[in-house]
Design a protein around this ligand. Structure first.
Ligand code: ZN
Length: 141
């Protein structure tokens, strides 16, 4: 029977949305929460995958982002600011909305999870605040 399992992860990150008309254009941060949902047929031992393996795959990807400033390549003001400092900055070719962060993480995680033939689809939810999230999903072709 097709079964879905899920695990929640956390990381801290700063960003800004340079084109936002309101408060989000300011430099600020979030305690991000990521829900990773994996769907597939359980194996003969009754598992879609081990939650520990899930953690071993996802944690390094989020570790790259933890306590960084996620900076859009097009944000020249922030790039200039970070030129001289000893800061953890990750540059990405997109505006750092929750939607785009979710898609970015899905690309990275799909590469790792799709090697496991049991896994049929992955869904990610990136929760930026207590009451908002962006969701993306990919299913094996
Ligand atoms: Zn924000």
């Amino acid at each position: 029977m097709k079964t879905k399992i899920a695990r929640e992860f956390h990381w801290e990150m700063g960003h800004r949305l340079q084109h936002h008309k309101g408060l989000c254009r300011n430099i600020h941060g979030h305690s991000y929460r990521l829900w990773v949902e994996i769907e597939g047929e359980p194996d003969e031992h009754g598992m879609v995958m081990d939650y520990g393996d899930m953690k071993r795959i996802v944690t390094p990807v989020l570790g790259e982002l933890d306590h960084c400033f996620l900076c859009s390549d097009s944000d020249t003001r922030m790039k200039e600011f970070f030129t001289d400092g000893d800061f953890k900055v990750v540059y990405v070719p997109f505006e750092t909305t929750a939607e785009n962060i979710a898609a970015y993480l899905l690309d990275k995680l799909w590469v790792k999870f799709s090697g496991m033939s049991r896994i049929e689809s992955i869904r990610l939810q990136v929760h930026e605040t207590q009451n908002t999230y962006a969701q993306v999903e990919k299913t094996r072709a």
